[in-house]
Ligand binder design. Structure first.
Ligand code: 5AD
Ligand code: FES
Length: 361
């Protein structure tokens, strides 16, 4: 089948997806990118939606072999922001016209953490109500695996989107990345709970993990499709020096970037009306990485609004950008980046996944 036919197919097999992910010559990549943009415009529109991200705590009870804030990394200064600081960050976001926030942290399942998060959600929903945002700022949570009751509490408190990356759907690779007590099946179960609870569900994978093949990435995309996922956040795997995975190294930057961009384009082509984030890790590979992600079919990006004092303690991988900047600098920097590629930000909107609206109607 020629490329043009492949780009306009109705249903994609694993082999189709794999061949799209493997495109490398300039001409084919341009066609891939053009098709992704065509679908973006048709199914999601070309607006870019902001989610201001507050990395509110780096305490983590998990020990993922790739992650800089894993429990066993004793070199990290641990912090948890006060409720007041988190709420004022969210308030600042709403005032800037960012319609949504992401509250992200390491994973903890103790009762006091759950209560803390629940209270903060409620408070943010109250204090961010305005004429422009009559229901307050949209809240996405990214605080890991929990039982269904906990997810229900978070949802009732007012969060309406949840991000939980599956990281990889390949069981062998998953086991290589995680200790025995962290199970792929349990993570899948959590995605199920989130969906049943009523959340808009986001997931994603790391791209270019040592041992990962394009066939595995193709299966990941089919998993997103089968699970009817609403949002995708994925990015290149990058080494963090103080982790067990560091000795295996990482992909060279050029192929890593291209593979990551191809993943975005192919997700757009196969999944159509979902939200896809141009993630911060892309910018760690190349300085205009997030703009490139947007130009391959992404429609969401996340300005960092974490207070500067703690940013460097939330380092998941080497080379994470914006470590010394403040929220104000990220605000103007990112807006310039979005506009540099001829796109614009839709302010004062939640920017919900169109896929979610379609699947509940
Ligand atoms: N490289 C890239 N992404 C990483 N994450 C964690 N560690 C790394 C790394 N070394 C991602 C995981 C996680 C998200 C919060 O950050 O995908 O789900
Ligand atoms: Fe943070 Fe550019 S986005 S400084």
């Amino acid at each position: 089948m020629d490329l043009k036919q492949l780009l306009y197919k109705e249903n994609y097999s694993a082999e189709d997806i794999e061949s799209l992910l493997s495109l490398r010559d300039k001409e084919s990549i341009t066609q891939l990118q053009n098709r992704a943009n065509e679908i973006l415009n048709e199914y999601a529109g070309d607006s870019v939606y902001y989610r201001g991200i507050v990395e509110f705590s780096n305490l983590c009870s998990l020990d993922c072999y790739y992650c800089g804030i894993r429990k066993s990394n004793k070199n990290v200064g641990r912090y948890t922001l006060s409720g007041e600081d988190i709420i004022s960050s969210a308030k600042w976001c709403a005032e800037q016209g960012y319609g949504s926030v992401v509250l992200q942290s390491g994973e903890r399942s103790d009762a006091s953490f759950v209560e803390f998060v629940e209270d903060i959600i409620k408070e943010i929903k109250t204090v961010t109500i305005s004429e422009k945002l009559p229901h307050g700022v949209g809240i996405t949570l990214s605080v890991g695996e929990h039982d269904k009751e906990t997810y229900e509490r978070f949802y009732k408190a007012g969060a309406h989107r949840y991000l939980l990356r599956i990281e990889t759907t390949n069981d062998t690779l998953y086991k290589k990345l995680h200790p025995d007590n962290q199970k792929l099946e349990e993570r899948k179960q959590c995605l199920e709970y989130l969906r049943e609870t009523g959340f808009q569900v986001g997931t994603g994978v790391m791209i270019g993990i040592p041992g990962q093949t394009t066939a595995m990435l193709a299966e990941d995309i089919l998993f997103f499709k089968e699970q009817d996922i609403d949002m995708i956040g994925m990015g290149p795997y990058l080494v963090h020096n103080q982790t067990p995975m560091a000795e295996e190294g990482q992909m060279d930057k050029d192929p890593l970037l291209q593979l990551s961009l191809n993943m975005i384009a192919v997700c757009r082509i196969v999944l159509k009306d979902i939200n896809i984030a141009a993630t911060t890790a892309l910018q760690a590979v190349v300085s205009d990485g997030r703009e490139r992600g947007l130009s391959y079919g992404a429609n969401v990006t996340m300005p960092n609004i974490t207070p500067t004092e703690v940013r460097s303690s939330y380092k998941l991988y080497e080379g994470k950008p914006c470590m010394d900047e403040g929220r104000q600098e990220c605000k103007s920097c990112l807006l310039g980046r979005v506009r540099s590629i001829g796109r614009d930000v839709a302010f004062d909107q939640w920017g919900d996944s169109k896929h979610f609206a379609a699947r509940i109607s």
